[in-house]
Write a new protein. Sequence first.
Length: 211
Amino acid sequence: MTKTFSLAGLAVAVLALALSDVVNRGYDPLTETVSRYVNQPHGWLVTVGLLAVAVGSAAVAVRAGGSGWGGWLLHFWAGCVLVAAVFPADPPGNWSRPSLSDGVHGVAAWAGFLALAIAIVRLTSVWRREPAWASKACGLTVLAWASSAAFVLFAVAFVDKAVLTHTAPLGLAERVVIALDLAWLALAATSARSWAAISDATGRAATGNVK
């Protein structure tokens, strides 16, 4: 069931966020972040997309139960996305005087992105050593490296956009990070069995061997 929820949530998120870029023509997706589009005529698509990300990520986190603090970081990420959905971002051009909602949104977004970046690296390093994840180890590793690099570039683009040249393609950088993060979550969600089930099976096997 958690596999279905995770994949369904992530699929809805991809559809809603991609459709938002298509139907909302008021902003440039290369320069404006996804969350700014909530202020467009079809801004509800952003809210739906973020809520879907939260649901899908939470389902992956449940599926990853028993995998230590990396799994808890996934829960934290899902919670941050939920907060970011509830507190919308301001329209573009309000960097110096953000509203309370925009401030909460921004803190939740950056805390969530950082938590997910760490969780991806941690969980990939743990799962790739397990035989049950052997078929996905290569894909998870490639996506982990790619998403980590993209997150660093996203952070650099944010600093440049906010306080330096103000010309970095922040919207593009964020979309690349989101795409890679969702791809990793989707691949993790396709595990045949939850991490908790794998751990239980391993424990039973070890107990049987001792007997």
